[in-house]
Design a binder for this molecule. Structure first.
Ligand code: EPU
Length: 328
């Protein structure tokens, strides 16, 4: 048995039968029996208990840059660290990813949940995602449209979940840079440079979000829910200060942090699991928490939000039981 505790940032105690590190040769995949879990840096996966199969840790490193007249093309292997890639771009005058600074995790995991922060989502920069079909060993190249990106969503979470392993991500970053500083505290920056946005995003994240190095967590535990305009209008009668972000003509996105905060659940503890006191969308593990306690906390929050606001919160993190993904 191999310990998974240091391999996922939530840090629950868990083991797997087998653990295999893969760099650039993915041919081994064909000979591995299910259940199989593919892991990057483990910042969006929580192992709730021992995993009854093989965990593949993706460690493939390397990147190339090609310069074209109006954009840079970056081809990055999936085991690279996301934040280091953002820093590399900043140092080399390639701007656009600065709003996505300090998001934990690997490059290969980033398209799966279409990482996003402060008004920017990764899919704005993705040209292609290269992956290998686990059963056949064949390489597949998916163009941006084929990845079916949505808010914290992609084909890799749906039809292709568990079927492919992402080996490379190809980004196109336009040379013409435009600041994206409309979100929250970024709006106070007037005509900011890319470096100023980068510094501000790093400062906000460091101030608000707990560092997994200090306390176990996996970032936002829930997604921000979509609600219909009609439902939102009825909620506003009872909670006039309920914020929302526009999505389309029919629906708005509501901050789950506000709903949880409003229920007085900030700081709530169940055993070693806590609802974070300054960003309640994040659940933490003080090192003694268990999978059962985490499920109890998540279900408690979900039930309270459902009964008060008639809104169903979906988990954003992958919850992994002994055979694979489990539902809340
Ligand atoms: N809020 C409260 N009380 C709080 C905290 C927040 O009411 O204690 C409300 C406020 O109205 C605030 C709003 O929630 O304006 C939004 O809060 P915040 O800007 O912190 O962002 P979020 O919606 O909670 C999302 C992402 C984060 C991302 C930030 C910034 C999701 C699930 N989460 O959080 O992503 O960093 O926006 O863009 O979309 C992650 O995915 O792991 C993650 C951290």
């Amino acid at each position: 048995m191999h310990s998974l505790t240091p391999l996922h940032t939530f840090g629950l105690s868990a083991r797997s039968k087998k653990l295999i590190s893969v760099d650039n040769d993915f041919s081994i995949l064909k000979s591995i029996d299910a259940p199989l879990w593919i892991l990057g840096e483990g910042s969006n996966c929580v192992f709730l208990e021992d995993f009854d199969g093989t965990v593949i840790k993706v460690d493939s490193k390397g990147k190339t840059i090609k310069e074209f007249s109006d954009y840079f093309q970056l081809t990055v292997n999936s085991g690279e660290n996301w934040h280091q890639l953002v820093c590399f771009c900043m140092q080399n005058g390639i701007f656009g990813l600065e709003n996505l600074a300090l998001i934990p995790g690997s490059v290969g995991a980033a398209p799966i949940q279409n990482i996003g922060a402060y008004g920017v989502e990764l899919n704005q920069f993705i040209k292609q995602v290269v992956c290998i079909d686990i059963d056949s060993g064949e390489q597949q190249v998916l163009a941006n449209e084929e990845c079916k990106f949505g808010y914290r969503d992609s084909i890799f979470k749906r039809q292709l979940a568990g079927k492919v392993i992402i080996t490379q991500v190809v980004l196109h970053i336009p040379k013409r840079w435009q600041a994206c500083n409309h979100y929250g505290e970024l709006a106070k920056l007037k005509q900011p440079s890319p470096e100023q946005i980068f510094a501000q995003v790093v400062a906000i994240r460091q101030a608000k979000l707990p560092d997994p190095k200090d306390i176990g967590n996996a970032g936002s535990f829930f997604k921000n829910p979509l609600v219909s305009n009609k439902h939102f209008a009825s909620l506003q009668c009872d909670w006039p200060d309920l914020p929302c972000y526009s999505v389309d003509h029919n629906s708005v996105k509501v901050p789950a942090a506000w709903l949880i905060d409003h229920l007085g659940l900030k700081g709530k503890q169940i055993g070693g699991i806590q609802c974070h006191p300054s960003q309640p969308l994040v659940l933490t593990n003080n090192g003694t928490g268990s999978g059962a306690e985490l499920l109890e906390m998540a279900r408690h929050i979900q039930a309270k939000v459902e009964s008060t606001f008639s809104i169903h919160l979906e988990n954003e993190v992958n919850l992994i039981g002994n055979k694979g993904l489990v539902k809340l």
